[in-house]
Write a protein that binds this ligand. Sequence first.
Ligand SMILES: [Zn+2]
Length: 449
Amino acid sequence: MTGESQAARRARLFDHDWDQIHADLAHRHAEAGNTSGVATLEAALAGYLATPGRPGVVNPVAGFLEAATEDVIAGMIDTGFDARRLSTAHLLLSSRNDVCAETRPFDDGSSLVVVSDSLLTLCAFYCRCAGLVLSGEDGLDAATIAGMLRYYHVQQRVHGLAGMLAFEVPGRAAELTSALVTQAARFVAGHELVHHALGHGSELSGFHPGEHLPVCSGDQLREYQADAGAHTALLRTCEKEAGDAQALALWGALAAVLAVYSSEKALFVRNGGTHPPALDRIRMLLAQVGESVRGRARMLLGPLLEATDAATVFAVRAELFDGDQVLASPFVSTPLTRGYLEQISLFDALMSHPHQKLVEGVERLDPATPRLAGGTRLAAAGRAAEAFESWGVDPEVGQRLLNPAIPLTFHSLRMAMKKAFTDLGVQKDSVLAASVVAATLLEPSLRTP
Ligand SMILES: [Zn+2]
C-alpha cells in the first residue's frame, strides 16, 4: 500500500475486532457475577448493530470520537495550527484501560493518537454532574458523586470493567450533558493533536513494541501548551455553534482533566507520564475565561474535586462504597443486584484494609499452598521481587512489573497475580481474593518514587 503513513499502518494493525472485545467483556462480567452487566452489554451490542454508523466505522463510540476530532481539527486550523501537519495524525479509539490517551510519534513524522474508551466513560460522568448543576438541578451532593466514582474505580481495579451506575438526568440537564460530552471528547483529541502539531516527543522514537512511552511525560510545560491549544481551538469550535461557548468549552476541558486525574490516581500503580497536578491544569484553564464563567466553575468544581479525592484513595482512611447510600440519590437507578453491589463494597474494603490484617487473612485462606502466604508476607514487607520469586511469577513478567519506566495499572497487576496463583495451584475460589490482596500489598513498593 503506497502512501500509507506509519501511524496509519499501525492503526490498521491495531484495528479492533469489536465482536471479540464484546465477548471478552461479557466473559469478565460473567466472571464477576454481574448478570445484568451481561444483559446490558448484549442490549448495547444490539443497539450498535442497529445504529446507522459513519461509513467504515463499526463502533459508534469510535464514530463519535472521529466526528469530535474533525471538529476540533477545524478549530485548530482556525486558530493557526498547520493543516498539513494535522493531516499526518491518525486517531484510534482503544478498548485498553492501561492508557488514558497518548500520542506515539513515528519516524516519518506521522503520529498515532490513542484514546481509551474508558476515559470517555469517565468524561461523560463528569459532564453529567456538570450538566445537572449548570441546568439548576440540586440534590447531587459530593458524597453521592464520590460513591458513584468509587463504584467505577473498584470495578476497574478488580475486574477491569469500565461501568458507571445508571445515572439519569432530567431533560434540560440531559441536553446540556450531551453537548458537554462532545466538548470533552474534542478536548481530549485536541490535547493530543497539539502534542503532535508542535512536535512534542519526536525524540521519543525508540520505543519498543508493546511498551508505552506516552508523550505526556516529563516536560510539564508541554502539557500546559497542549491544554491551552486544545482549549482555544475548542472555544473557536463552540463559537461557531449555538450555546454559551465559553462555558461549554471550559466544562468540556475541565471534565477531561478531571477524568484523567481520577483515573491516574485510582487506577494506576504507576503511570508512565506525569501530568502536571490537576489543580494547576484547572487553574490554567480558568485563567483563559471571563470572570462570570470562572466564578460559576469554581462553585461547581469544589464538590467535584472533593468527591474525586475521596473516591480515589485506597487506604485505611478511605470512605468505602456504600450501595444503599448511593441508591438513595434521586438520579441513580440500577438493574444491578444488591449482591453485586455488596461484592463491590467487600472488594473496596479489602483494598483499603490494614496490611497486617490482609496478610493474616491470606495465611488462613489456603494453608495447603504455603508459598501463597510466604510471598504475601514478602509483598507486605515491600520486597516485591522476592515475593514474585516465591510465588513463581514468570521472570519476564516480574521484570516488567518491577520496571519503573513501564506504566502499570492495578488491574493488570492483579491479573498477573491471578495467573501466578492459578499456576501455583491455589484453590480456585481463593484466587480472586488472594490476587486482590497481593496487588494491594504490592502497590506501594511498585509505585514510582
Ligand atoms: Zn499531554
